[in-house]
Design a protein around this ligand. Structure first.
Ligand code: MIG
Length: 818
């Protein structure tokens, strides 16, 4: 709302007062009331490098060309920009080729060879257009702001036009329906125990969304750590707006036209997950809490005796001495190093929890060190920030201080020496009993840019897990660290896996989890998962089993439960369910080479792990509201069953040809199919032409050295590429090119099928041969040529209609002929 000049004309201006009169006690008469102010007409512009500065005489707007497809817009209400600093950015260099600023009577247009940012001279409205002049995204009103009397700075606002059929995706871990349209959201990291559907805010702040406007996708990343708000055509049907309680209006427009392009470009700004150690992709068993040692050992023994694969066991807060971080309860764990070693010799990694609250206790070295070095957060009047969490009265390290991060990282030395393989970062919203979180007057170092908790709240958790990650990376030498965090901000993926917090053992929550994992994945956080089974409450066997099935296709597969619930292991619901749970956890392990390869594609090439249907077929508006079907990597499509008693499921398959994973029957895409989903099954489809690497069954990653690799190869009558990646599984040797990236090209017609293999990289695996299982051949093969030589074994189909071929691992071309 603007104040009209008329209202002001009767008000005296301080500057007009005669000398002397200015001593009047409180000349507020001359000050304009505080109202929202909007950018006015553009008066001039100047260029500095790849930035263009536009001014309306008072405020300034910077339009910066970040890359050919990314443009950043910043606003300085009084003409002075804040210093450049962002925790979100990964500082990867962007590639810019050509850009210019073109001026005509109406507009300025900052252009690259793919996108233009057009600024209307009269009203400062900004729009983004493609090179054909098609408007993808445009302001409805000019950027605006309101001065903040209490804290200084401004509330900052941007308002965009929203078309009738425009839909929105992203924003992290929100628990509402997948399409964000029609809702308003708040970002303020919150410990949301047993959150409900649509409850907001939750644990994380990911101020990034993608829109699809007339079939064309674009992204907006509002890099602002203050409390932020997004309204997607909720207040007004034709309007999307986002604003924050402080900081700068600073956003990146990210060009498409495909959602996949937008997301990959978002990753070029904020980074990807690191390449995970392979064991972290196995099954994780967690609970609040397994103790004493005997209990932990019992759980481990049960996995091995029952032949249920598992790679990780977690210790929740009770392993500590009075919940003091970096200590052990010696009554329950008299010799942690020995226990961890014994678990390791049985193939289990031990992951322990750490909280940010440090008990105020002069006899506790971590507290003493923190206090001596002035590492704990303080209130505005210099009191320490104190609050109650599990250890009792606590103080909290300021993880936004680089020195504190180094100190904290080093504190893991004893745990790492004892053999701990991963660290779980909890309560880092930060959570405080009673008050919920810190008061906003808490001060933070903010890497030298200083700020109150208003500015640092949403990145506190990310900086905690960053410090954990960086500490582990130093301490574990050449091993890839594993960290899992509850809170985070955009870019947290560079430091941690994420779980969705304290969910509930209900069918509704299984559905929410399916949405949350996809949403995290399209928000830059591919390595994510839910507490399988639901944290609070009691699942029955059916719900638990359906959740395990969904968990096979969650990037992080971890079962977890609250302390006041009944036993919750894969065998806790009777033999029938135990067998099904085993079958599915085994499936996860068979698919590990495929999953690992998908993570490489994420790490190296910015592809997400989970891909919702809308990402595969954005031009088909029907996919905008499908939220329970997605692909895992780019080849396997799944439709987790999330209704009690359901034994069939309607599955829409995107265009192309698909194979049922279980029966190998083929299906046509572009339509919906009713698929059987007995309790011991679930709908899984593989894209025609795929080459899916599989591992022989193991009880844990690296149980034994593979002497033959398995590939399931699906016939297709059009050309399809697949990738397979392998390396040392848990070291950083891949950074020296010690890995193999294999590429497969499959093609076929009515009388032949060809498979080509090319190999790059320097890793030498031990196995020599492949067991190739060819699925879906539309003809009876009479001849198979491997690099021109005839393969003379039996060419009959096996009982699953597959042709089996043994080949050398270095084949270049296989031809199968009718
Ligand atoms: O106040 O450490 O979300 O996974 O088991 C509860 C105990 C603290 C919350 C985490 C949950 C964990 C629990 N923690």
């Amino acid at each position: 709302m603007e104040v009209s000049k008329d209202n002001l004309s009767t008000i005296l201006d301080v500057n007009d007062l005669e000398d002397g009169v200015q001593h009047v006690n409180n000349p507020i008469v001359g000050l304009e009331p505080i109202v929202k102010k909007y950018l006015g007409a553009v008066k001039d512009y100047r260029q500095e490098g790849n930035s263009f500065f536009f001014s309306d005489g008072n405020a300034q707007v910077e339009v910066r060309v970040v890359s050919d497809e990314i443009i950043r817009v910043r606003l300085a209400p009084q003409g002075v920009f804040l210093e450049e600093f962002s925790y979100a950015l990964s500082h990867n260099e962007q590639k810019i080729t050509v850009f210019t600023c073109v001026e005509n009577e109406q507009n300025y247009s900052v252009q690259t060879n793919t996108v233009a940012c057009v600024i209307n001279k009269n009203n400062f409205l900004i729009s983004f257009e493609d090179i054909n002049g098609r408007i993808i995204n445009q302001d409805l009103s000019a950027m605006h702001w309101e001065e903040n009397i209490d804290f200084g700075g401004f509330y900052v606002y941007a308002t965009k036009k929203c078309n009738d059929d425009e839909n929105f995706f992203g924003l992290g871990d929100k628990s509402s329906d997948f399409n964000l349209r029609g809702n308003r959201y708040l970002n303020w990291n919150t410990d949301a125990y047993s959150f409900g559907k649509g409850q907001d805010p939750l644990y994380r702040t990911i101020p990034f969304y993608m829109g699809i406007n007339n079939g064309v996708s674009y992204g907006i990343f509002f890099d602002n750590t203050f409390k932020s708000h997004f309204d997607f055509a909720c207040q007004d049907n034709d309007k999307v707006s986002f604003w924050a309680d402080g900081g700068e209006m600073q956003y990146y427009y990210i060009h498409g036209p495909h959602m996949m392009d937008v997301l990959k470009r978002y990753h070029t700004l904020t980074g990807t997950h690191q390449m995970p150690a392979k064991w972290t992709l196995g099954f994780h068993q967690c609970r609040w809490s397994y103790y004493p040692e005997k209990k932990v050992k019992d759980i481990a023994r049960n996995f091995r005796e029952r032949n249920i694969p598992c790679d990780a066991i977690y210790l929740d807060i009770d392993y500590m001495d009075g919940y003091r971080c970096f200590t052990w309860n010696r009554k329950h764990f008299p010799d942690p190093a020995r226990m961890i070693k014994e678990l390791a010799s049985d193939g289990f990694k031990t992951v322990v929890i750490i909280d940010p609250g440090i008990r105020v206790d002069e006899n506790y070295s971590v507290f003493r060190e923190g206090k001596q070095n002035n590492f704990f957060c303080r209130r505005c009047d210099d009191y320490f920030m104190e609050g109650h969490v599990w250890p009792g009265r606590c103080q909290f390290p300021d993880f936004t201080n680089p020195k504190v991060r180094v100190w904290w990282g080093g504190l893991f030395k004893e745990l790492v020496d004892a053999g701990v393989a991963g660290v779980w970062n909890d309560m880092n919203e930060p959570a405080v009993f009673g008050s919920g979180t810190f008061p906003v007057d808490v001060r933070h170092n903010y890497d030298g840019y200083h700020g109150s908790h208003r500015k640092a709240h949403n990145i506190y958790g990310m900086q905690m897990v960053r410090s954990t990650y960086e500490g582990l990376k130093k301490l574990q030498k050449n091993k890839r660290p594993f960290t899992i965090t509850r809170a985070g901000y955009s870019g947290v993926q560079r430091y941690a896996t994420v779980w969705t917090g304290d969910n509930v053992a209900s069918w509704e929550h299984l559905k929410i989890g399916i949405v949350q994992c996809q949403r995290l994945s399209v928000s830059g956080i591919s390595f994510c998962g839910t507490d399988i089974g639901g944290f609070s409450g009691e699942p029955d066997g059916e719900l638990f089993t359906r959740w395990i099935q969904m968990g096979v296709f969650s990037p992080c597969m971890r079962a977890h439960s609250a302390g006041d619930t009944a036993e919750r292991e894969p065998w806790s619901f009777g033999q029938e369910y135990e067998d099904i749970n085993r079958k599915f956890i085994e499936l996860r392990y068979r698919l590990l080479p495929y999953i690992y390869s998908a993570f490489w594609e994420h790490y190296k090439h910015n592809f997400p792990i989970l891909r919702p249907l809308v990402m595969l077929e954005q031009e088909n508006i029907l996919t905008h509201s499908i939220q329970d079907i997605f692909t895992f990597g780019d080849k396997i499509l799944v439709a987790p069953v999330s209704d009690p008693g359901a034994r069939t499921k309607n599955v829409y398959l995107p265009p192309g040809k698909w194979y049922d994973y279980w029966t190998h029957d083929s299906y046509s895409g572009g339509q919906e199919h009713e698929v059987s989903a007995a309790i011991d099954s679930m709908p899984i489809f593989v894209k025609a032409g795929s080459v899916i690497p599989e591992s022989p069954l193991m009880q844990y990653v690296g149980e034994y050295e593979v002497d033959e690799l398995i590939f399931q190869i699906y016939y297709s009558d059009y050309e399809v590429n697949s990738f397979y990646y392998e390396d040392h599984d848990d070291t950083f040797a891949f950074e020296q090119n010690i890995y193999l990236e294999k590429k497969y090209v499959v093609n076929g017609d009515q009388r032949s099928m060809t498979i080509n293999q090319t190999i790059e990289g320097l890793f030498t695996p031990r196995y020599e041969t492949y067991d190739l299982k060819i699925i879906g051949l539309p003809f009876a093969p009479s001849k198979v040529l491997i690099d021109g030589r005839e393969f003379t074994d039996n060419l009959e189909f096996d009982d699953l209609k597959r042709l089996r071929i043994k080949s050398s691992k270095s084949f270049k071309r296989i031809e199968i002929l009718a």
